[in-house]
Design a protein around this ligand. Structure first.
Ligand code: F6P
Length: 533
């Protein structure tokens, strides 16, 4: 199937994207709406033949039964023997979801209620620190216990009416030092967010925060909460059970902000807005479950990505939100997509038969335009771009900013597709008064190859509900890609080796152990660090 798609790509590569618009209403045909959002994939080289083949691939690879198995609580994370049920965390209507013969929904909903009761107590001042009402919340976590909440809290800034929210993730002491500086320990709540409660970065930062608080107040543990699947470890750390919010191992770290790991989001925006966020995700879940593959937004987003990466061979994709508050969305997607699908072994242990990935990166527009878009427009390697933009902003009084933002977003996808040929560039130079060889030389620098693919996702307004829809859309995209590739998107063994070696290297770095036996480069780096440390 991949071979047939690649052959088709080879046969049609010479047809410019623009020419495809001559065949009927391509904008209509190559776009899909769901949950009030529009996904336009018409500015790509995918034609009807390619789309049909990709949809066939999705069907043959069993996307629909796999999807149903995930929602039903089957243990599709086979390498860890776990169900994959982040969707249960936003199953607000509470229809039964069975794991090992037991309905998990009563527990999910009662934890959500407990989170809300606690969050409202903090927000109202019913729960206080030793110095009074909580003014600041510090979420200590990393990876999935950090990136989702950081991204969402920033995205929902207009809805903040709770305490200030801060995030510490890096083991680099600079992160916690810079965050705690200026905070009052007597009015700060520390949340230790860790699925396993063993992650070295998080446990080290948590201990530092406890020591910082212990210097100022008599009972620091009273101002700690924990979000974890490991309740015995949270109590060993000294956190009282009423401030421990547990979840089950069927919630993957990078899919966990819908449950307790989202407590910092709830503290910032309140229970009602948090539930709206869950509702949005649930709406997308329903669309994903019910829509035909050919009308299914997550499926089409996945297939467009696979067209670009697996078929056209483009190694990266840029995610470019024209929404400043989605500043951390690309970083969040990096973990979601690259930790999920950056694998080289299929579910049965055999090697994958095509490339996996791709590298996901990005920054909000218009900032990116003044940084790396040069390469996107004129570099030698096409970068498929995924633009995101809202129809409305939260700043109606600054409508002219928003109009410019929209114009810039649309201009970029247009420029990527149209490009500028040599004749046009020469005309420009002629108009600037150049002639002869100098005209040709200068014109060459002003040529844009064009025919570069992009997609655009338009949503009404970045509300909590829409944010939920957006994130769920990308989660399901990753799932579909994983199923088609035949890999397990829900484990992450690739992060283990570095952790093991770091533990062994720690005494070497401090000088308690010798670097003997290490490779030459590592020995020399250790020597330099020690000599200059
Ligand atoms: O990076 C590996 C990883 O296990 C991620 O998958 C996870 O989100 C992160 O570490 C943090 O893990 P924990 O929540 O257990 O501290």
């Amino acid at each position: 199937m991949w071979q047939a798609l690649k052959a088709h790509r080879k046969d049609t590569a010479a047809t410019p994207i623009l020419e495809l618009f001559e065949q009927g209403d391509r904008a209509q045909d190559f776009s899909v709406t769901a949950c009030g959002m529009l996904f336009d994939y018409s500015k790509t080289a995918m034609d009807r033949v390619a789309r049909k083949a990709l949809l066939g691939l999705a069907q043959i690879r069993g996307v629909e039964p796999a999807r149903d198995a995930m929602f039903a609580g089957d243990k599709i994370n086979e390498t860890e023997g776990r169900a994959v049920l982040h969707t249960a965390l936003r199953n607000l209507d509470g229809g039964p979801v069975m794991v090992d013969g037991e309905d998990v929904m009563p527990e999910v909903l009662s934890t959500l209620d407990r989170m809300e009761t606690f969050a409202e107590a903090v927000r109202s001042g019913a729960f206080t620190g030793q110095g009074g009402k909580i003014t600041d919340v510090v979420n200590i976590g990393i990876g999935g216990s950090d990136l989702g909440p950081v991204m969402a809290v920033q995205a929902l800034a207009p809805y903040h009416d709770g305490p200030r929210t801060h995030f510490v993730s890096n083991i680099d002491g600079a992160h916690i030092a810079d965050t705690l500086r200026g905070l009052d320990p007597a009015t700060t709540l520390i949340i230790v967010a860790s699925k396993t409660f063993t992650t070295i970065e998080t446990m080290t930062n948590a201990a530092t925060a406890r020591a910082w608080m212990g210097e100022a107040i008599s009972d620091p543990a009273a101002q700690f909460a924990a979000l974890s699947t490991a309740e015995e470890k949270t109590s060993a750390f000294g956190i009282a059970p009423e401030r421990v919010f547990g979840f089950e191992d069927w919630v993957g770290g990078r899919y966990s902000m819908w449950g307790p790991i989202g407590l910092s989001i709830m503290l910032a925006v309140g229970g009602k807005a948090f539930r709206a966020f869950l509702r949005g995700a649930q709406n997308m879940d329903r669309h994903f479950q019910a829509a035909d593959l050919a009308e299914n937004m997550p499926v089409l987003l996945a297939l467009t990505g696979m067209w670009h990466h697996q078929v056209c061979g483009y190694p990266t994709r840029a995610v470019l939100p024209y929404e400043q508050r989605l500043l951390r969305f690309p970083a969040y997607l990096q973990q979601m997509e690259m930790e999920s699908n950056g694998k080289s072994v299929q579910m049965d242990g055999s090697a994958v038969t095509c490339v996996t990935g791709p590298v996901v990166w990005g920054e909000p527009g218009t900032n990116g335009q003044h940084a790396f878009y040069q390469l996107i427009h004129q570099g030698t390697m096409p970068v498929p771009c995924e633009f995101l933009i809202g129809a409305q902003s939260h700043e109606p009084e600054l409508a002219h900013h928003n109009d410019l933002l929209k114009a810039n977003c649309l201009a970029q996808s247009e420029a990527l597709m149209l490009g500028r040929d040599m004749d046009e560039a020469r005309e420009l130079m002629k108009a600037a008064g150049l002639e002869g060889e100098e005209l040709d030389r200068q014109a060459a620098h002003r040529v844009f190859p064009g025919n570069r693919p992009s997609t655009t996702l338009v949503y009404p307004k970045l509300t909590p509900e829409v944010l939920g829809q957006l994130v769920a859309l990308y989660e399901h995209r990753v799932f579909v890609e994983g199923v088609i590739l035949g890999i397990n998107s829900y484990d992450q063994w690739g992060v283990e080796l570095g952790k093991v070696l770091a533990t062994k290297l720690q005494p070497v770095v401090t000088g308690e152990a010798s670097a003997e036996g290490k490779d030459g480069s590592t020995q020399s780096l250790v020597a330099f660090l020690r000599a200059n440390g």
